[in-house]
Design a protein around this ligand. Structure first.
Ligand code: KG4
Ligand code: ZN
Length: 330
């Protein structure tokens, strides 16, 4: 079974081809350099670039996988959540392929796609497991079992990735902020500033990052000219990682689940990966984290999620619409 995946929900144009669970190609074209000068993603610009580049990326993916389009058995595409114009480009392209080659169309929730990135590295992964889903738009703790995905907790304000991006801007670092903060943190002291760990001891599994961001802002304003960027970045990163992992481990413990899976762009963060692994060893939890290239947006994870839907007979009609604020259980 050959499955083609398409991802255009934000600022990455990506097409991947899988043969069952094996990735034959996964081409990702990032628009970061285009949006950098605006300090964030400009939706209209993103959609236009998807439109320009998707046919080229599609050809590249076919070529690298050494597949001709007649061999494709199904097409999986992100239909939400994301930017409406960007989503529509991928969805229309997928519908065209479905019609032209008479193959099933499978709509994939982008967030579920991030979870399925783990099946690329661990094809034998079996529920139940707890997911820490951390990206630019989402921060959620999910409980996955054979039948359903339950949202145990989520951010009440900014997403973790968004906090990284905003703090990077406060510190005058580039966009996207996550990788920049990670880079400068390597030379910083994570214990120099004791930034707040919001909602750490609340009984739920929710997060809040906007107060932490404001605390960094006040610290920077107070220090005026002499700003120890590396120490602030490292202390901020430590606070985020601390809250994310404490809550995730609490969710795993309270639900009697000993497998924890990381997903989403922020799961590329080396401090988060390292601390998750060491806490896992200490408290005896199995920790699964996708390889770096499958943490940030890519079509291989969409194809993988689509393949699993296909196996369950969950296919869509050409009526499928893009849903910018798509929820996990819809
Ligand atoms: O999953 P993703 O590629 O796109 C969304 O679906 O949002 O996540 C992008 C987010 C951005 O906020 C970016 O700053 C963050 O992931 N990110 C990181 C790292 N790499 C990407 N955050 C912290 N450390 C990183 N190494
Ligand atoms: Zn994403």
């Amino acid at each position: 079974m050959i499955i083609l995946g398409i991802e255009t929900s934000c600022d990455e144009t990506s097409v991947a081809i899988l043969e069952n669970e094996k990735v034959l190609s996964n081409i990702v074209l990032s628009q970061i350099d285009i949006h950098k000068k605006f300090g964030g993603v400009v939706p209209e610009v993103a959609a236009r670039h998807h439109l320009l580049n998707l046919p080229i990326i599609y050809e590249k993916a076919l070529k690298e996988a050494k597949i001709n389009p007649n061999q494709i058995g199904a097409v999986a595409v992100t239909y939400g959540p994301g930017l409406i114009g960007a989503l529509l480009v991928g969805l229309s392209f997928a519908k065209g392929l479905s019609l032209r080659y008479d193959i099933p169309l499978i709509g994939v929730n982008h967030i579920i796609g991030h979870v399925y990135a783990n099946y690329i590295a661990y094809p034998h992964l079996k529920p139940p497991f707890i997911v820490l889903m951390v990206s630019g738009g989402h921060t959620e703790i999910l409980k996955v079992d054979e039948k359903k995905i339950e949202v145990l907790g989520k951010t009440v304000d900014d997403a973790a990735g968004e906090a990284f991006d905003k703090v990077a801007r406060i510190l005058g670092l580039g966009y996207p902020g996550g990788p920049e903060i990670e880079k400068v943190s390597k030379n910083g002291n994570p214990n120099r500033f004791n930034f707040p760990r919001p909602m750490l001891d609340s009984p739920d599994y929710n997060f809040s990052f906007s107060g932490l961001k404001t605390s960094v802002l006040y610290t920077v304003q107070k220090l005026k000219d002499n700003i120890p960027t590396a120490d602030i970045a490292a202390s901020f990163q430590e606070a985020v990682v601390d809250v994310l992992l404490k809550k995730t481990f609490k969710a795993a413990r309270n639900n009697g689940i000993n497998k924890i899976v990381l997903a989403g762009g922020v799961a590329a963060n080396s401090r988060l990966r390292q601390k998750a692994k060491s806490l896992g060893e200490k408290f005896n939890y199995e920790i699964l984290i996708p390889p770096l290239e499958f943490c940030t947006d890519n079509a291989a994870m969409i194809a993988m999620a689509g393949y699993h839907k296909y196996l369950k007979g969950e296919i869509n009609t050409l009526e499928l619409e893009a849903v910018p604020n798509l929820k996990i259980n819809s």
